[in-house]
Design a protein around this ligand. Sequence first.
Ligand code: SF4
Length: 347
Amino acid sequence: MSFSAQILCWFDKNKRSLPWRNDKDPYQIWLSEIILQQTKVIQGLPYYNKFIHAFPTIKHLANASEDEVLKLWQGLGYYSRARNLHYTAKEIVKKYNSVFPKDYKTILKLKGIGPYTAAAITSFAYNLPYAVVDGNVIRLLSRYFGVQTSFDSSKGKKEFQLLAEELLIKEKAGKNNQAIMEFGALQCVPKSPNCSICPLQNECFAFNNNLVFQLPKRAKKLKIKKRFFDFLIITQNDKLFIQKRKKGIWKGLYQFPLIEHEEVKSERIIKTSDTWRNMFEGATTTITKISPQIKHQLTHQTIYARFWHIDANILLPKNTDCIRKEELIQYPIPKLLEKYLKNIGII
Ligand code: SF4
């Protein structure tokens, strides 16, 4: 049996029952693919269900506010993907009369949709012959065929794409793509693939050459940036000050006024910073608590955060909202804040 035939056979026996596989609705497929770019199915499924419940069609998603979309996305990370999802839903409603386009090139032009997602939508929904290449597919192809080119180099990207295209059984493109992705996600997993029960074991290059844990190869080392955040939780007559972030990874989310540094700073330096001075000049302030430093790991960044609890009598700063504590739960906030506020019982 060929590689693809074996994968299809395995898929028939092992595939998971997932809601977006029930019918071939491109909206559901698109939504699931964007969510699953951040996370595994087990963590992504509750988000998918929440989104479909709140926005059963593209029109519902387009009509939502950005705050509503980000609130449902809260905790998934990569918030630009949620903002692009929302933007593209509005574009499809306006430009394509709420009907998801069918053509690969048209889909590829939509904001937030790259070659992988366009191939997934067109093949799963319309059975068009576009091969998907995601992390699961790369790992399986690299190990099985012994591809040693780094997958994150331009040469490697082309090589994996061409190989996936060669292997695609065109008349079964949708099923073939789902099968290879599922095999990578469930059987040929990164850390502990159970090769002893794998139907591909006999022909698998990595297994037969003891290279399972060396493949696939990555060229670039992940650079992790360190950031130091001091959040100011300012309470005034039982109300809190929050600000909407205008840029960066948390653009569109709400947070407490923030003082950021590239290295850890003493409390004295924080209190003499321009942000602190502008915020509290002439006001009476009482610092009731400063949290210990909390480490928050993101893919490309490590954030070290402290939370300052301050009672103060100040004028409302620019670009700031003053809200009741119990209203905070309605606002989309970063997971770091959510975790901290849950721990201290504010939300
Ligand atoms: S034998 Fe192991 S490494 Fe090879 S395809 Fe199967 S699970 Fe992956």
